[in-house]
Ligand binder design. Sequence first.
Ligand SMILES: [Zn+2]
Length: 392
Amino acid sequence: MCEETRSLPSRRGLLRSAGLAAGALGATGLLGAAPAAASPRPASSAEGHRTKVVLVGTSGGPIWWEGGTGRAGVCSAVVVGDALYLVDLGSAALHNLRPAGLLGPGEGMNDLRHLRAVFLTHLHSDHVADYPTLLLHGTSGGGLGLPGRPVHVHGPGDRGALPTVFPAGRPVPDPVNPANPAPGTVAMTRSLVAAFATDFNDRLFDTNSPDVTTRVRAHDIALPDGAAPGGAVPRLRAPIDVYEDDRVRVTATLVDHGQMFPSFGFRFDTDDGSVVFSGDTTASPNLVDLAGGCDVLVHEVIDRAWVEESIAGLPVPEETKEGYVNHMIGAHTTSDQVGKVARDAGARRLVLNHFVPGGLPDGRWRRAGRGFDGALTVGRDLMEIGVGRRRR
Ligand SMILES: [Zn+2]
């Protein structure tokens, strides 16, 4: 890779993710190009806004959900004028970039020259499965970043320890890749480039595609002093500085996603307003602090009844099922909890994403509005949400 750096020093899934074995841009594109696909898309509330959130994918979990959910893996975009930022890269989400109007006008290419940065909340597969796709297809035709202006990818570093075996008493398995069992964002990026070198070099030599190592720069987000896996997530007195350019300032906090540490929530502050992404977390006081007074809070959600029903069918003793439910709920936020998070944060609008399961009707998620006086949006792929005031 090109120079690998750490972020600025701090100033201040589903069954499987829980360790259980059973388990837009209005009518025009970002740079003025009309969306190429005619896929149905929700009505936009972003008309006239310079800054907007686009829900690229809204499904949670490493599951190919039953039925036609219309939800790709979780991925969100923040657009500020002609600058693009992505949060998480869930499975198949990048197929939605074109119908979402988020590609530039480059003909016959995946034009992501205006993509400035990517932020990975954590390294569960349902949040990074399309990262190889971004590297591989993004550089096809020369469309990823610009010469001298690589795309910055910020995410967790090496956690430095394996998770605790769950449930307690289960034999400790041999870890995968024991020499480096928990690579962070920088190491993962380096390994992906090495794994796909055949393709990268074919396109570099045969079709003059850009050298991916000059177009992507990975960063491990530095942790606050004392933060480590295996214990309670520490309360942060101030957010972590992650990224800043002339359009956005991005800060992070540590959220509570069970054993998956570190996991981050991100806040984007722009001249137009603020957007916060929870990442995967149970109801998190740190996230409430980070989201204080924000215009848009994009928050994960799971359905508790579905969790209970799923675990009820597991081939485990009845007495262990309650523990499994608590383990799962302890790493995510239910539709009965998320409204209080938004209320405590004083968010103006709550947007739900990362739906688990992916196939429930929207009406079942509206209970999330209980206890929250602001606006509630049940997210859908390709949905656009304007941020702050309209400019025209
Ligand atoms: Zn997760």
